[in-house]
Design a protein around this ligand. Sequence first.
Ligand code: ADP
Ligand code: ASP
Ligand code: MG
Length: 472
Amino acid sequence: MQTLTMKFGGTSVGSPEAISGVVNIVNEAVTQGNRVIVVVSAMSGVTDALIGSVREAAAGNRWGYLSTSQKLKDRHYEVINLLTVPGKNRSDVLAEIDALLTQHVELCSAVNILGEATARISDSIVAFGERLSSRIVAAVMRHAGLNARAYDAGEFLITDDRFGSATPNWGETERRIRDGLLPVLEQGVIPVLTGFIGSTADGHITTLGRGGSDYSGAIFAANADSDELIIWTDVDGVMTTDPRIDRRARVLPNISYTEVGELAFYGAKVLHPKTVQPILNKGIPMRVRNTFNPTHQGTLISDVAAPTDTVIKAVTSVRNVSLVTVHGKGMIGVPGIAGRTFLATAKAGANILMISQASSEQNFCFVVLNDVVDKAVKAIEDELVKELARQDVDGVDALTKVSVVTVVGAGMRGTPGVAGRVFTAMGNERINVIAIAQGASECSISFVVDEANLERAVLTLHDLALESVPVA
Ligand code: ADP
Ligand code: ASP
Ligand code: MG
């Protein structure tokens, strides 16, 4: 008997029809003799609506959050009323929805009175999306004859208290899953867990960051020793590029953990960047599949990294970033400037996407998201105040309106000329490359271009990926 962990994304649970599809998929896996752990996202759009309700509450817009709560109630009621019959199962779950949304209004009212939202209360509010969806999915499964039970993941997934972007406490999480979740699974129950959320050891709800349900799926798959993690989403698998940028995008039949990690880190929304982390060491295979096209086998993600003809397997991009440059002739040979710069950037809460240094040592540059760039530059200037006064460092500049383009593919290490091909293609298109970096795993090359050139750069490089990926 195999244990499968199945994570269903927002669109996959976003409508009554979609939820019926989810129930069919789980039912089929159970009929084939598998044990199934289900992890669900909030219904599509619900997390955004909840974030909106926090803002409305903080701004004193009581009517705004009350109406958001009412809309959420209508949407979740609709699923239950359409997909279950009158009776105890239905009335119990409707009562649960009522109770959760009453709490939602209470928490928003607290924010309204205070006039501001702490990160802790925001997480509690944003978490209602998954808490609601897990209840309705479990109820619809029970109606279909499956022995499903909804759980708040915080019972098992214990994290630190970095609200909004919490990190799991691995030891405690493993213990709780082993002692609390596995016995339930052995009794033949299908747990339907909330993705995206965890809890501090003292019981405060945390969230793992936007798109974090994939990560939750991997955490449960790893700690429940699953034979496979399946990420069910709204496309057929991991594709050669974002199908919304290029409709010619094709599904990659397989890709390695490292490759998909790079893709996700550099903007491919299909997976949360941390998803591979928990399953990597255990070698648990992962598949990305389409809830709306369940006969398609999707993309298999494992430790096999088979190079393709052109080496380039996929192209991805990140918008809304800035390139920060620290420059000065006096920097040559002064140790520690880069280290202190990166530390100051980290302390300002800015994640660095890529780093590049010219060999002259007269400058180095790195990329951060636009919304943290001002804070980062200020923190660096404060840190390097003496060097700036002595003019060892001439300045810290930020170039906004740029984007990062990344090509991913195993085999870049051993294949000469890949970078040449990439930059020749950019040259032919007259796209100026502002800075370049190669990923540490040597299966990606990233570079910075002007925002205006982004789409053209992706389309041009995507041609190279398409050359080596067969039409499915
Ligand atoms: P879910 O709600 O299931 O988690 P997401 O919207 O988070 O789904 O991720 C799926 C979306 O990711 C797809 O609809 C697609 O538009 C986008 N996407 C971006 N890059 C890629 C890629 N390389 N392969 C597949 N999908 C991608
Ligand atoms: N519901 C959360 C979000 O929208 C988590 C997820 O869907 O993965 O970010
Ligand atoms: Mg997602």
